[in-house]
Write a new protein. Structure first.
Length: 132
């Protein structure tokens, strides 16, 4: 469902138990489905997909051909783009997206102290992220 000041436009689809609310935007050919939630000032656009129990919120953006699924979370000012695949269900190191460095870089100024992507935990030190 879509509520609040959220907006779904273009050929974008929100289906299943997915929720888009607050000021979130889903547009172009984006697809949000399953039990996924997109809220805050987040945007999902292009051919991006958000599914499963994934969450996209705050000022995060998911675009291009990116896929966010499982229990993955994209938040604050993070961006998942290009052919990025984020899934909270994949515990193997080889499942880390090639854009992981960009996602972590976007979180340097956030209050987030640790982050788990695809089963690998990263911890923030003074000015960089390191594998825990």
């Amino acid at each position: 469902w879509v509520s609040g000041r959220a907006w779904v436009s273009g050929d974008a689809i929100v289906s299943g138990n997915a929720r888009v609310y607050e000021n979130a935007l889903v547009y172009e050919n984006a697809y949000v489905f399953g039990n996924a939630v997109v809220f805050g000032n987040a945007e999902v656009f292009g051919n991006a997909e958000v599914s499963g129990h994934a969450q996209v919120f705050e000022n995060a953006v998911v675009f291009g051909n990116a896929e966010v699924s499982g229990t993955a979370v994209v938040s604050w000012h993070a961006a998942a783009f290009g052919n990025t695949r984020l899934s909270g269900d994949a515990p193997t190191p080889e499942a880390i997206p090639s854009d992981a460095a960009k996602i972590l870089e976007n979180l340097l100024d956030s209050p987030v102290e640790s982050l788990t992507m695809d089963g690998i935990t990263y911890k923030k030190t003074a000015a960089k992220w390191e594998r825990a």
